[in-house]
Design a protein around this ligand. Structure first.
Ligand SMILES: CC(C)(COP(=O)(O)OP(=O)(O)OC[C@H]1O[C@@H](n2cnc3c(N)ncnc32)[C@H](O)[C@@H]1OP(=O)(O)O)[C@@H](O)C(=O)NCCC(=O)NCCS
Length: 192
């Protein structure tokens, strides 16, 4: 999938950084890769990470969840990036755009995940940086996100230059159903 220039929505383009390729996917590409995306999401939920899903969460459910996202990607409501090494999908991130007239400069980073077998190798940082660049090309100057308070991802976002705003108690249930707090972050982006 993908060709060989910088990310742009819906074209399946890619950038190269080391041996990995970050690609911006179309809805059709996501549909075709839904099984691989399902494997990744099952790994994330099984690891106890709070990304909106409850256990038990099987592969069929995960793949179906991704297939249902394809319409948002094709409609331009979400940019979806994937990182691959030697052809295997190891991570993904979404940029959720808003159609609110007063908020088109703003977007949310959603569902950033790197497979447990590939953590600590820089793939998360590569994905997040590519998502920030893709957002800039869509006129976004402000990104926001939330992540479970106390999770490793908090340190990851701070290291990537994001500003912590505060925490909200009992924001979302983890995969075992236990309510956890979330920490809100933002990052301003320079215009492209
Ligand atoms: C958060 C996540 C995406 C990081 O991906 P990764 O590929 O392991 O991260 P990288 O290797 O790119 O690390 C980039 C930097 O963040 C730091 N970092 C990564 N994980 C960290 C952790 N658990 N605690 C503290 N710092 C961390 C790294 O040390 C590195 O900084 P350094 O270069 O100064 O050492 C990954 O751990 C993940 O998928 N977690 C589960 C899902 C999740 O929580 N997603 C976020 C939802 S909002």
């Amino acid at each position: 999938m993908g060709t060989s220039t910088g990310p742009s929505t819906g074209t399946g383009t890619r950038t190269q950084s080391g041996t990995e390729a970050v690609e911006l996917l179309t809805g059709a590409q996501l549909h075709a890769l839904a099984d691989e995306f399902g494997d990744l999401l099952v790994d994330i939920v099984a690891g106890g990470n709070s990304l909106g899903f409850l256990a038990p969460f099987d592969h069929a459910e995960a793949a179906a969840w991704w297939r249902a996202r394809a319409a948002d990607v094709d409609a331009g409501r979400q940019l979806l990036l994937a990182v691959r090494q030697q052809g295997r999908l190891f991570g993904t991130v979404g940029v959720a755009l808003t159609d609110k007239p007063n908020g088109r400069h703003r977007a949310e980073i959603v569902k950033l995940m790197v497979h447990s077998a590939a953590r600590g190798l820089g793939l998360g940082r590569t994905l997040l940086a590519a998502a920030e660049r893709a957002a800039v090309t869509h006129g976004v100057t402000l990104l926001v996100l939330d992540t479970e308070t106390g999770s490793g991802a908090e340190g990851f976002y701070r290291a990537a230059g994001w500003t912590e705003v505060g925490t909200i108690p009992d924001f979302a249930a983890d995969p075992q159903g236990v309510l956890r707090p979330t920490t809100l972050f933002y990052k301003r982006l320079a215009r492209g």
